[in-house]
Ligand binder design. Structure first.
Ligand SMILES: Cc1cc2nc3c(=O)[nH]c(=O)nc-3n(C[C@H](O)[C@H](O)[C@H](O)COP(=O)(O)OP(=O)(O)OC[C@H]3O[C@@H](n4cnc5c(N)ncnc54)[C@H](O)[C@@H]3O)c2cc1C
Length: 371
């Protein structure tokens, strides 16, 4: 199949060529060693991908959601871990700062993110707060002119690599969603430590870490958005985030489709034809849905339902098509590190990140049926 979306100011084509040059030759190694080579974020920065969707006024490329989705899809075709690194940096760290930050924060925080000098992370999940984010226990309190932060976060992508982390904390858990505020935390702030790193089934090479905050002093200017608006900041970020993750899942689905097609061409059968036809249809339909969600955002229209539907279907398509690629490859499909096996492990993570399938169903059920 041709590029995901032609044109888009040439960004999709640039990402495709980057993937072929920089990612496809490294993908198996990134997975095997579970480590992101230092040169990859540097190369991403050099290409402008780490500033892709950030406003030009702060050094970004000013690309819209549709272009960003096409780029993430292309990157994920080569390495899902690399695409997720970019998706988290742009969609759930930089983008909410661009939306909620004041002028000084945007000037100070977005510029180094847009150039790729700083990498971003998003820290919402906690040991006892996953799908139900308002249960979070990480606390902040006023201290001098600023705040003090204490608690922990878990399963934070880019956690150990990030220079800037958007952290969500509550003034008092009894206040529920009204008590939550977002803060920008810099790497190296005293009291902030990366306590562990998870060894995962898939998306290996994408850092997933546990963070601890022990009386971390935050300047008054670290607060992003008004006090008590944190859940709104987080949920708003997750709409863009879900389109980003859907695009990453689509890239894995596309790579799995190519594996499936390669096997089918070598060993043609009726079953192989049916699998290729079904997977092609699923991939093409899901791509249209991701593009629709992204285009609505670009047009300034609400896109929560489309983002949830895109994330739900793209992550399922990735799992199903990767599974079909393993099946059709027979015994070769289960060899550790074989392309189909790696793609299936990567695909399997997408139904969980940035809201599980059941949570997307709840969001959609509420939007479509009320209650
Ligand atoms: C690789 C990876 C990277 C991640 N990166 C980040 C990150 O950068 N930042 C961050 O903040 N978080 C991150 N997460 C966390 C992720 O967002 C959570 O794992 C996710 O929200 C689900 O939370 P949980 O794991 O606690 O599962 P739980 O909430 O405990 O859910 C367990 C199961 O119960 C189901 N369930 C839960 N509630 C309901 C309900 N109300 N109705 C029906 N079913 C329900 C779920 O669908 C799931 O099947 C990451 C996770 C992974 C796996």
């Amino acid at each position: 199949m041709g590029p995901a979306v032609a044109s888009l100011d040439g960004w999709a084509e640039r990402a495709r060529s980057f993937t072929e040059r920089e990612l496809l030759p490294r993908a198996a190694q990134i997975d095997r060693e579970d480590r992101m080579p230092g040169e990859v974020p540097r190369a991403l920065a050099q290409e402008g991908f780490l500033g892709l969707s950030l406003p030009q006024a702060y050094g970004g490329q000013g690309a819209g959601s549709a272009t960003t989705a096409a780029v993430l899809e292309e990157l994920a075709r080569g390495s899902a871990a690399v695409a997720v690194l970019v998706a988290v940096h742009l969609s759930v760290c930089a983008s909410p700062i661009a939306q909620w930050g004041d002028e000084r924060q945007k000037e100070e925080l977005l510029r180094p993110m847009a150039s790729g000098r700083w990498l971003g992370a998003f820290a919402l999940t906690e040991p006892a707060a996953g799908s139900d984010a308002k249960q979070l226990q990480t606390r902040y309190r006023a201290s001098g002119d600023g705040f003090k932060l204490t608690g922990s976060k878990t399963f934070i992508t880019n956690g150990g690599l990030a220079d800037l982390i958007l952290v969500f904390a509550t003034r008092d858990p009894a206040l529920g969603s009204k008590g939550i505020t977002a803060f920008a935390l810099r790497k190296g702030t005293p009291g902030f430590t990366v306590t562990s790193r998870f060894d995962k089934l898939g998306l290996r090479g994408s850092e997933t870490t546990e963070l601890a905050f022990d009386e971390v002093v935050l300047e008054p200017g670290a607060r992003i958005g008004p006090e008590g608006s944190g859940l709104k900041v987080a949920l708003g970020a997750l709409t863009g985030g879900r389109i980003g993750i859907a695009a990453c899942a689509l890239g894995v689905a596309g790579a799995a489709y190519e594996e499936l097609r390669r096997t089918a061409l070598l060993h043609p059968s009726e079953l192989a034809r049916a699998q290729v036809a079904r997977s092609y249809s699923e991939l093409t339909a899901t791509r249209s849905l991701v593009l629709q969600a992204a285009s609505r955002r670009d047009a300034g229209l609400p896109a929560e339902e489309e983002a949830s539907a895109a994330k739900l279907l793209a992550s399922q398509a990735a799992v199903r098509i990767a599974n079909a690629a393993v099946d059709l490859a027979g015994r070769a499909g289960v060899i550790s590190g074989s392309p189909a096996e790696r793609l299936l492990r990567d695909a399997r993570v997408f139904p969980i990140v940035e809201g599980t399938t059941e949570i997307q169903e709840r969001i959609l059920g509420r939007a479509l049926l009320g209650g």
